[in-house]
Design a protein around this ligand. Structure first.
Ligand SMILES: [Ca+2]
Ligand SMILES: [Ca+2]
Ligand SMILES: [Ca+2]
Ligand SMILES: [Ca+2]
Length: 448
């Protein structure tokens, strides 16, 4: 009973005191009774069921005890209450989860009288493509990704988990982010498929594979009891599936001129693989990030459409091309949510980049464009050997050179609310002749 309650009691007088004490007796006694709320797993892929357990400090009194439940997020649903039966100290309940497009961190709460307990549950999207890129920097590295996986399998968490083991461009930098990620992909780390996650078998093979060890040496002494995946070919194929190569892509269609900065960029897959770690940027000098591609696996001729300034119902598709149901998404293409910026309809270079290099880059210009930073950006692209011609008549390309910086760039003046500039099918000479301008846009479909 706190000071406020004492003062309040003094006001209402003794007549009410006995009634108050009767109701409070139970509450005060039971306030200590809710000992714990626990979940059978800390993370699931949306759609799975989690079992929660509430535990009392003492046996439930006659009539049992109703524990009220709540969830902070629609991704996880709990019953309104769960009853601990008379004489029991605990009860379990099911937590249903739903499919999500991005990670949802949910707080599940159990309340009994004045006592609350909470538990953290992470509801994840489908498994990512590049599972062994643990730190999410777009590359597979034994000294970072391999070490993180091994430490995790040894049960190491917190600061020791990530100590000197995340790459410079890591997306997952903190121990919480890395642990959440490994909890998510955990089922895939059972390399020898014996239903046991073991650092000295599964972890060792992951580390060896990332160090380039192949053949019998990959498996030597590292297959657990009752393993179902235990021959060299099966283990190598499985590990390869967790470590797909980075896909090769080209910028395929652009419209920088759509109302509300809802500009679109289409990418075409030249050779399949993962696009995790691939970024779409604008300009080489002082680049502006337009999009981080999600960790999906793509195949040759797949199309990816990046939506700038995406609406809430245009999330990046992570599992299938049909996840986005908005009328502005494309059923036959991967829709990707870009940054909340438009692409200025001026002179710009669009750049597709992966860790360690540029995948594709295209300079776009208007016949009378005067963007001051454009010539230097074009010169940087040419000097990197990524655009032809490599210069303008033997000199640096400027607005007054012959030809001009605009002459050697793709003319995107035909872009309008409905028209776009498009790569000619199959053309990839890194020059303006690869492109055609001003036709009706064909986002999410092959270019004509
Ligand atoms: Ca990595
Ligand atoms: Ca195993
Ligand atoms: Ca789609
Ligand atoms: Ca197209």
């Amino acid at each position: 009973m706190d000071e406020l309650q004492v003062r309040w009691l003094a006001k209402i007088g003794l007549a009410a005191l006995s009634a108050f004490l009767l109701t409070q007796w139970h509450a005060v006694a039971s306030a200590q009774d809710l000992a714990a709320l626990s979940l059978d797993k800390p993370a699931v892929i949306g759609g799975a069921t989690v079992i929660g357990t509430v535990t009392l400090l003492a046996e439930a009194p006659p009539g049992g005890v109703a524990i009220f439940l709540s969830s902070s997020d629609v991704a996880a649903s709990v019953p309104a209450s769960v009853t601990v039966q008379q004489g029991a100290t605990s009860a379990t309940f099911n937590i249903g989860t739903s499919a999500v497009w991005s990670r949802a961190v949910v707080t599940v709460q159990a309340s009994y009288s004045f006592s609350d307990k909470t538990a953290r549950l992470v509801v994840n999207p489908p498994l990512p493509a590049s599972i062994l890129d643990i730190d999410g920097d777009g590359s597979y590295d034994p000294a970072t990704d391999g070490l993180l996986a091994l430490r995790y399998l040894f049960g190491i968490g917190d600061a020791l988990l990530i100590d000197e083991a995340v790459g410079a461009n890591a997306v997952r930098k903190t121990s919480i982010d890395v642990t959440d990620y490994l909890d998510w992909v955990r089922p895939a780390l059972d390399i020898d498929q014996n239903n046991v996650l073991d650092p000295l078998t599964d972890g060792l093979m992951i580390l060896r594979y990332l160090y380039g060890v192949r053949g019998d040496a990959l498996l030597s002494g590292a297959i657990g009891p009752l393993a179902q995946r235990k021959d060299v070919a099966a283990v190598e194929n499985y590990l390869l599936s967790l470590k797909p190569p980075t896909a090769n892509l080209v910028i395929n269609e652009v419209n920088p001129n759509i109302t509300g900065s809802r500009d679109l960029v289409e990418l075409r897959v030249v050779s399949g693989g993962s696009v995790a770690g691939v970024k779409l940027e604008m300009d080489l000098i002082s680049p502006v990030k337009l999009a981080d591609l999600p960790p999906i696996l793509v195949v040759t001729d797949d199309l990816i459409v990046v939506h700038m300034t995406p609406a809430a119902d245009e999330p990046s598709e992570l599992g299938t091309k049909q996840e986005c149901l908005a009328s502005t998404c494309f059923a036959a293409a991967w829709d990707v949510a870009g940054a909340a910026v438009g692409i200025p309809f001026s002179n710009r270079i669009l750049v597709l980049r992966k860790p360690g290099g540029i995948i594709d880059a295209v300079p776009f210009a208007l016949p009378a464009g005067t963007t001051t930073t454009f010539p230097q950006n074009l010169q940087a692209l040419q000097s990197a050997g990524l655009w032809s011609p490599a210069n303008c008549g033997g000199a640096l390309c400027t607005y007054v050179s012959t030809p001009t910086a605009i002459d050697v760039s793709v003319d995107w003046s035909g872009s309008s609310a409905t028209n776009s500039v498009q790569r000619k099918p199959g053309a990839d000479t890194n020059s303006k002749t690869d492109w055609q301008g001003g036709g009706s846009q064909t986002f999410g479909a092959p270019n004509p």
